[in-house]
Design a binder for this molecule. Structure first.
Ligand code: AHR
Length: 659
C-alpha cells in the first residue's frame, strides 16, 4: 500500500465507531425541522491570476507582451530578417506615457513580405482553431504612409494557417488603430503570430493584439469562452477576485490597484505578476499582469453568471511572506479611498464621479456590490490596526456593505487565534479562513464548525484544497482522494450554514504548462479545459445547494465520520425537494437507509448524482477529461425512506420531491 493511502486509512479510521461496519446505516432526516438558511452565496469561486489564470488563461488575448513593457522589451517576440540593417527594429521609451512608455519603431527599406518580420510565441503557444475568425489590431503612428503589415498564423516550422494584409493609412503626430480579421484554415494547438513589414518608411507600433472571435458572449477583446462556461456551469454564488496574494503584491508597488485596471487598455499599467518569481522551483519569467481584464470585466463576469462580486482590496500591507511592507498609518488614506471609490464605482449613481466612470465604460446600471474584502492572508496587530480604520470609514459611508476580514494563512495556531479573537471582538461581518491541508485533515475537521459561536461573525471558507503531498509541493494531485476528502468536509460546511455563509476552493485555474501551484480546480491548455474531481465535487454542491439546512443524524449524532460516512441534508423549498449528500470514504459499500420524517409523502422516484471510483488515485486529464465525472440515475423510493448503497469511495447526492 502506498504511503499516502496508508495515511488516508489511518485518518479515516480515527472516526470509525465500533459498530458493525456492514450493518445498514439508518440516517434520520427531519424534514419538518428545517434549521438555518443556506445563503445563495454559499458555494462560490476564488479567482486569481496565478497559473496563467488571467493572462494566458481566461483573458483571450493571444499575444504575449503586446506593448513591449516586459522587463525584456522583446520577450515573447522573435525577429526574422533576410538582411541585417542597423536599427531597423528598436524599442523607444517615451516620457509622456508613464503607464505605457515603450513602443516599437520599425524602419523599413524596400521590404517585401519575408524580408523583415516579428513573430510572437503567445502564452506557451497560441491555440488556433480551424475555421475561426481572428481579430488583429495594432496602434501605430507614422509621419507618412509607406509601410504595410501582413499578419499571419504559423506553426513552429513556419507553415502558415491564414493571414491578411493590414493597411496603415493614417499619418501625422497622433496614434491610430488599425484592425484586420482573417480566418484560420487549420487547428494548431501551439501556433504563433507573425507580422511582416512591407514597403518603405518609419512606423511606430504598440499594443499588437490578436483575439479569437469566439470569446465569451462574443465580446471583442473578451474572455475565453470554454473556461468561463465551466464557471457558469457551476452556478457559483459569488466570485472572489482578484486573489489571493496578488492583492498584497510582493511589495506595495506591486499590489493590485483596481483603478489602474479600468478604461483604455493602453493606459492600464502592466506590473510583474508576483507568481513570476515566487517559487524558484516553478519560475515564470514571462508572467506579468497586463490588466487586460480589470475590475470592470470582473464585475461584468459576475453579472453574466449570476454570482455576487466579492472584490478583495489591499489593506495597506504587502505580502507578509515576502517584503511585509506596511503603509504607515498616517499614509493609509489613499488605500481607504480606493475602497470607498470602489463601492461608488460599483453602486453609485451615474452622477457620481465613479458611477459616471462605470457608465462611461458601458454599464450605467449599478453592479449591486454587497461584499468587499479588506486584506488577503494578512495577520498580526498591524493588520488589526489598519483594518479598524478601514472598517470605520467604509461602514460610516456604506453601512450595508458586508466586509470580509482575513484570519491569516492557517486555520489554527497563534496567528489564527489572535486574529479570530480580535475580529470577533470587533464584531467583524465575515471572517475569511484558509486551509490548504492534507486529505486527513479535511476528514478530521468535518465537525470544525459544529461548535462555533452561533452569533457574531460569519465564516467564509475562502481558500481550501486538500493537498495530497504538502502545501506548495509540485507533487500534489487533483486526485479522487483529495476531492472525496473535500466532499466529506463540505458536509460540515453545509450543516453549519448558519455560520459558514461562503466557501470557495482555491486556486481555480491552471495552465498545464504555465502553472506555479497545484492542485487547482480546472486545468487547461491552449485549446482545451477540463474539470478535476474536485471541480465536480464543488459543482455538485453548488447545483444541489437548497436553501434550508435539515438535521441529519446517525444514532442521534451528526454524520461526520462514523463508519467512514459523512452526510448533510438540505431542503429546496422552491422545487420542494429534499437533498441529501452522503460521502463514504471507506473502500467498502455501505447500505444506507435515509429515513425522511416530517413529510406527507415522497415521490416514487428520486434522482441520484454519483461521483465514485474504487481508485483514490484516479485523476482527470486533458486526454481523459471525464475519467471521473458525476453520473445521474434515478432511484426508486418506497414510502418515506430512501434506500441506497453508498458505494466504496463515493459521493452521492440524492434529490427527492416531497409533499
Ligand atoms: O491560492 C494560492 C495562494 O494561496 C493565494 O494566492 C494565497 O491567498 C494563498 O496563500
Amino acid at each position: 500500500m502506498k504511503r499516502e493511502l496508508l495515511k488516508w486509512c489511518v485518518g479515516a479510521a480515527a472516526f470509525m465507531a465500533p459498530a458493525m461496519a456492514d450493518a445498514q446505516k439508518n440516517l434520520q432526516v427531519n424534514v419538518a425541522a428545517a434549521k438555518a438558511d443556506i445563503q445563495p452565496t454559499m458555494w462560490g469561486v476564488f479567482f486569481e491570476d496565478i497559473n496563467q489564470g488571467a493572462d494566458g488563461g481566461i483573458y483571450a488575448e493571444l499575444v504575449k507582451n503586446r506593448s513591449f513593457e516586459f522587463f525584456k522589451p522583446l520577450m515573447g517576440w522573435n525577429i526574422t530578417r533576410k538582411q541585417f540593417q542597423e536599427g531597423d527594429l528598436i524599442i523607444m521609451n517615451r516620457a509622456d506615457k508613464p503607464a505605457n512608455p515603450r513602443y516599437l519603431q520599425a524602419t523599413v527599406k524596400n521590404a517585401a513580405r519575408g524580408d523583415l518580420g516579428l513573430t510572437n510565441e503567445g502564452f506557451k503557444g497560441m491555440g488556433i482553431k480551424n475555421g475561426l475568425r481572428y481579430d488583429f489590431s495594432v496602434m501605430y503612428r507614422q509621419a507618412a504612409p509607406g509601410v504595410k503589415l501582413y499578419v499571419e498564423l504559423v506553426d513552429s516550422l513556419g507553415k502558415t494557417y491564414g493571414g491578411t494584409a493590414v493597411d496603415l493609412s493614417q499619418a501625422g503626430q497622433d496614434w491610430h488603430t488599425a484592425k484586420a480579421s482573417f480566418t484560420a484554415n487549420a487547428t494548431v494547438p501551439k501556433g504563433r503570430m507573425r507580422v511582416w513589414f512591407e514597403g518603405n518608411g518609419v512606423v511606430d507600433l504598440d499594443m499588437i493584439s490578436l483575439f479569437p472571435s469566439d470569446t465569451w458572449k462574443g465580446r471583442p477583446g473578451g474572455m475565453r469562452a470554454d473556461m468561463i462556461q465551466m464557471l457558469a456551469d457551476m452556478k457559483p454564488g459569488f466570485v472572489r477576485f482578484p486573489g489571493g496574494c496578488i492583492v498584497e503584491g510582493y511589495d506595495l508597488d506591486q499590489r493590485y490597484q483596481w483603478k489602474k485596471t479600468i478604461g483604455a487598455l493602453e493606459d492600464r499599467q502592466l506590473i510583474i505578476n508576483r507568481w513570476n518569481f515566487e517559487f524558484a522551483h516553478r519560475p515564470a519569467p514571462d508572467y506579468f499582469q497586463t490588466f487586460g481584464l480589470g475590475f470592470f470585466e470582473y464585475f461584468q463576469l459576475c453579472e453574466d453568471i449570476g454570482a455576487e462580486p466579492l472584490p478583495i482590496l489591499n489593506a495597506g500591507m504587502a505580502c507578509q511572506f515576502n517584503t511585509a511592507e506596511l503603509v504607515p498609518m498616517e499614509d493609509l488614506q489613499p488605500y481607504i479611498q480606493d475602497a470607498l471609490d470602489l463601492v461608488e464605482f460599483a453602486n453609485g449613481a451615474v452622477t457620481t464621479k465613479w458611477g459616471a466612470k462605470r457608465a462611461e465604460l458601458g454599464h450605467p446600471e449599478p453592479f449591486n456590490l454587497k461584499f468587499m474584502g479588506v486584506g488577503n492572508e494578512n495577520w498580526g496587530p498591524q493588520y488589526v490596526e489598519r483594518l479598524k480604520v478601514f472598517t470605520k470609514a467604509i461602514k460610516d459611508k456604506y453601512p450595508d456593505i458586508k466586509l470580509v476580514n482575513s484570519s491569516g494563512t492557517d486555520p489554527n495556531g497563534d496567528r489564527f487565534d489572535y486574529l479570530n479573537t480580535e475580529l470577533r471582538s470587533m464584531n467583524a461581518d465575515i471572517i475569511d479562513e484558509h486551509y490548504y491541508r492534507r486529505p486527513e485533515w479535511f476528514l478530521e475537521n468535518a465537525r470544525r464548525y459544529d461548535n462555533y459561536p452561533r452569533t457574531g461573525p460569519k465564516v467564509f471558507a475562502g481558500e481550501y484544497a486538500a493537498q495530497t503531498d504538502k502545501v506548495v509541493s509540485i507533487h500534489n494531485k487533483n486526485s479522487w482522494q483529495a476531492a472525496l476528502a473535500e466532499a466529506a468536509f463540505m458536509t460540515g460546511l453545509e450543516r453549519n450554514a448558519d455560520v459558514v455563509t461562503m466557501a470557495s476552493y482555491a486556486p481555480l485555474f491552471a495552465h498545464a504548462e504555465g502553472w506555479q501551484w497545484t492542485p487547482d480546480m480546472i486545468w487547461v491548455d491552449n485549446l482545451r479545459a477540463y474539470g478535476t474531481p474536485n471541480y465536480y465535487v464543488q459543482q455538485l454542491y453548488s447545483l444541489n445547494k437548497g436553501n434550508k439546512v435539515l438535521p441529519i443524524t446517525l444514532n442521534k449524532d451528526v454524520v461526520a465520520g462514523q463508519d467512514s460516512l459523512y452526510a448533510s441534508a438540505a431542503l429546496d423549498t422552491k422545487t420542494k425537494e429534499v437533498i441529501v449528500k452522503v460521502v463514504n470514504v471507506s473502500g467498502k459499500p455501505q447500505q444506507v437507509n435515509l429515513d425522511l420524517k416530517g413529510v406527507k409523502s415522497l415521490a416514487s422516484q428520486g434522482k441520484l448524482f454519483l461521483l465514485q471510483s474504487n481508485d483514490l488515485n484516479v485523476v482527470n486529464s486533458l486526454e481523459q477529461p471525464k475519467n471521473l465525472a458525476p453520473v445521474e440515475s434515478s432511484i426508486a423510493i418506497k414510502g418515506k425512506a430512501v434506500k441506497m448503497e453508498a458505494k466504496p469511495y463515493s459521493f452521492s447526492v440524492v434529490r427527492v420531491a416531497y409533499k
